[in-house]
Design a protein around this ligand. Structure first.
Ligand code: ADP
Length: 387
C-alpha cells in the first residue's frame, strides 16, 4: 500500500439559504463557503444553490430551451418565476425537429420572446404548420455548425494519418485502407460510399437500400453505420446485411450499431457520404463529411439544401453564399432521383480523379464551424433582450 490511491472526483451540490459573503446571517454562510472551497481544493466539484435574492443581479444570462423536452421551462418561467424577481430574463426556443412533441413545442412558441429552427430552408418548410404559423414574426432559421475540435482530421485519434486540405489525398487513402482492413473489405481503389445514420423513416430508408445496390452495380464499395430504434427496421437491415455479406462480402459492410470511433474512420475513409433524408431540419453528417474531405450526396431538403451546392447546378446559389459548389444533390424521393446524383458523383470519381481530388480539397476548406452561426445567435439574443 505504498502509493496514494487516486480517488475519482465527486460532485457535491449544496442547497442553502446562506453563502458568505453574498448572503450571510450567521455561521451557516461561512461554513457553506469554506467547506466548499476546501473540498474543491481536494479536486472535487462543488455547486451551491441559493435563493434568488434581490441583490443577485441576473439581468443579462437568456434562457434558451431546445425541443419538446425543455419546452415547459418557457411557460414555467413566464407564468411562475417571473413574478418572483426573475423578471429580466428572455426566453429563446429552438426547434431541432418538429416531428416530436408538436403540442409542447406550440405552447413554448407562444411563451418565447424569440424562436428559431436549425436552417433557413427548414424554417420555410415548417412555416405553414399551425404551431408555427402565428409566430412567424419572431421565428428565424439559423444553421447549425460543427465542433471543429471534435471533428478534426488533423487531430483525430481514430484515423491512421493526420491530414489537412494540403495532404487530403494521402490522408484519405490511408483512412480508406484502414477502414477496408478493419471491416474485412477488399483493399482496392474503388469509389467508397459511406452512410452514417439513425435508421428511421426520416432518413430515407428506401433510398438508402436502393443506393447500396446501385453503388455495388457501379462496382463501388459501401459502408453503412446505423441503428434503428424500431426493431422491425433493425431486423430488416440485419436480413439485408446477411444477404449482402454473402453476395458482396468484399464490397459491402453494414454495421448495425452505434459506434462513434468507427464513424470517424468512415468520414475520413469514404469518398462520398450519402444523406437521402425525406426531411432534415439541418443535418450534421454532411457538414462533418466536408470537414473530412468527403463529398456529400444529399436530397434537397431542409439544411441539406442550405449547405450542399451541386457542382453541376448550384454555382450561382453557392456564390450568393460566398461559396463554391461542394457536392451532389437531387430532388424527388424515388430511385431515379438518388441515382441521378449518385451516378454523377461516381462517374466523376472514375473519370476525373484530378478534378475530384480538387473538390475534396475545396470542401475541406469551407467553414462549417459555429463561428458564423454563433454570431447569428448573439444577434438574436440581443434582439430578444429588447423584447
Ligand atoms: P439526427 O440528429 O437527426 O440523428 P444529424 O445529422 O443532425 O441527424 O446528426 C447525426 C449525428 O449522429 C452525427 O454526429 C453522426 O455522426 C452521428 N451518428 C448517427 N448514427 C450513428 C451511428 N450509428 N454511430 C455513430 N454515430 C452516429
Amino acid at each position: 500500500f505504498g502509493g496514494v490511491v487516486k480517488e475519482p472526483p465527486m460532485h457535491i451540490v449544496h442547497i442553502s439559504v446562506e453563502m458568505a459573503p453574498i448572503a450571510k446571517v450567521g455561521g451557516l454562510g461561512d461554513v457553506v463557503t469554506s467547506l466548499s472551497r476546501a473540498v474543491q481544493d481536494m479536486n472535487h466539484h462543488v455547486d451551491i444553490i441559493l435563493p434568488k435574492y434581490d441583490c443577485l443581479k441576473l439581468n443579462n444570462d437568456i434562457i434558451h430551451c431546445h425541443d419538446w423536452s425543455s419546452a415547459p421551462v418557457a411557460w414555467l418561467y413566464k407564468e411562475h418565476y417571473r413574478h418572483y424577481g426573475l423578471n429580466k430574463a428572455r426566453v429563446v426556443f429552438t426547434i431541432h425537429n418538429l416531428e416530436f412533441g408538436a403540442s409542447l413545442i406550440g405552447k413554448a412558441m407562444q411563451y418565447s420572446d424569440k424562436a428559431t429552427t436549425v436552417s433557413p430552408t427548414y424554417s420555410q418548410e415548417v412555416s405553414g404548420n399551425p404551431v408555427i404559423a402565428s409566430h412567424l414574426y419572431k421565428f428565424h432559421g439559423i444553421l447549425n455548425g460543427i465542433d471543429q475540435d471534435i471533428w478534426d482530421p488533423y487531430n483525430d485519434k481514430f484515423i491512421p494519418l493526420s491530414y489537412t486540405s494540403e495532404n487530403v489525398v494521402e490522408g484519405k487513402r490511408a483512412a480508406k485502407e484502414a477502414l477496408q482492413q478493419r471491416l474485412g473489405l477488399k483493399k482496392a481503389d474503388l469509389p467508397l460510399v459511406g452512410i452514417i445514420t439513425r435508421l428511421t423513416h426520416q432518413k430515407g430508408i428506401h433510398l438508402i437500400k436502393h443506393s447500396i445496390w446501385h453503388t455495388l452495380e457501379r462496382s463501388g464499395q459501401v459502408v453503412l453505420l446505423g441503428s434503428a430504434p424500431d426493431p422491425r427496421i433493425q431486423n430488416d437491415f440485419v436480413n439485408l446485411a446477411n444477404q449482402l455479406h454473402s453476395s458482396h462480402n468484399d464490397r459491402a459492410r453494414l454495421c448495425l450499431t452505434y459506434d462513434e470511433p468507427l464513424s470517424h474512420l468512415i468520414y475520413a475513409g469514404a469518398d462520398f457520404i450519402l444523406v437521402p433524408s425525406i426531411f432534415e431540419p439541418c443535418g450534421l453528417t454532411q457538414l462533418i463529411a466536408m470537414r473530412y474531405g468527403s463529398i456529400a450526396v444529399v436530397r434537397k431538403t431542409g439544411g441539406l439544401y442550405d449547405t450542399v451546392f451541386d457542382v453541376d447546378h448550384d454555382k450561382e446559389r453557392a456564390q450568393a453564399c460566398g461559396l463554391e459548389p461542394n457536392g451532389f444533390n437531387f430532388d424527388g424521393a424515388d430511385a431515379a432521383g438518388v441515382d441521378y446524383a449518385l451516378n454523377r458523383a461516381i462517374t466523376a470519381w472514375y473519370e476525373g480523379r484530378e478534378w475530384f481530388n480538387s473538390l475534396c480539397k475545396r470542401v475541406m476548406e469551407q467553414d462549417w464551424s459555429w463561428n458564423r452561426p454563433a454570431l447569428d445567435y448573439l444577434e438574436l439574443y440581443r434582439a430578444a433582450r429588447k423584447c
